[in-house]
Design a protein. Structure first.
Lengths: 128, 128
């Protein structure tokens, strides 16, 4: 773990962007941010922990929803500016209920088309 | 394009992170940063343009190497904090010569294992 941490160039806020990809479908699920603690906790526990910028604290991804991400493999980019986690996604990655956060596809007309259907109802999971 | 731009939450430096994924193999290729001009130029031209933070200017991805990325589809995440481009990658995405920038995989021992082989020799492409 020390070698990984030494190669990561954390930004001026102590964070590194982490791309989360579903290891089976290869769908890109989300982009999150990790600090040193989140990297350590993720590697130790085997499930993704993020530094939730809006809450200013470490959280297990899926802490509220149960939609955890089990780490299958970890990569660092050529310059140490980002990391890539391939994960087994439980249920869905997006708080809107969609499997991936990238469910809005730009169409030629300039509007967005929704791809896929929600896997869960966010009102039931998070409350209204 | 206006709708996409209005949905993107550019950060305090006017940038948004963009994940680049190979549309065929679904390999995550790189994470780059785009400003408003880069988004517009990418959508207008159909090839990826980035705001190269180290050079402080707009560049076509592959400007020097010829390894351009032809845009196949564009997605925005649930909160407008990042974008995802699925592209047809010419030759290789990484300046080291590897197809993806994520060619270093963390092994259980804590060291890294190189996945794949370089597609081109960076010395020949960029000079030594």
């Amino acid at each position: 773990m020390e070698k990984l941490l030494s190669l990561i160039k954390f930004n001026d806020k102590g964070l590194v962007p982490a791309i989360i990809q579903d290891y089976k479908s290869k769908a890109v699920l989300t982009l999150c941010y990790m600090n040193k603690d989140a990297i350590e906790k993720t590697l130790d526990s085997g499930v993704v922990y993020v530094f939730r910028r809006s809450k200013g604290r470490l959280m297990m991804k899926g802490e509220t929803s149960g939609c955890i991400q089990k780490v299958k493999s970890v990569y660092i980019d050529c310059e140490g500016n980002s990391v890539l986690f391939k994960v087994a996604q439980k249920r869905a990655a997006c708080h809107t209920g969609y499997f991936t956060c990238y469910f809005r596809k730009l169409s030629k007309s300039g509007s967005f088309k929704i791809e896929g259907k929600p896997v869960f109802d966010p009102k039931k999971v998070y409350g209204s």
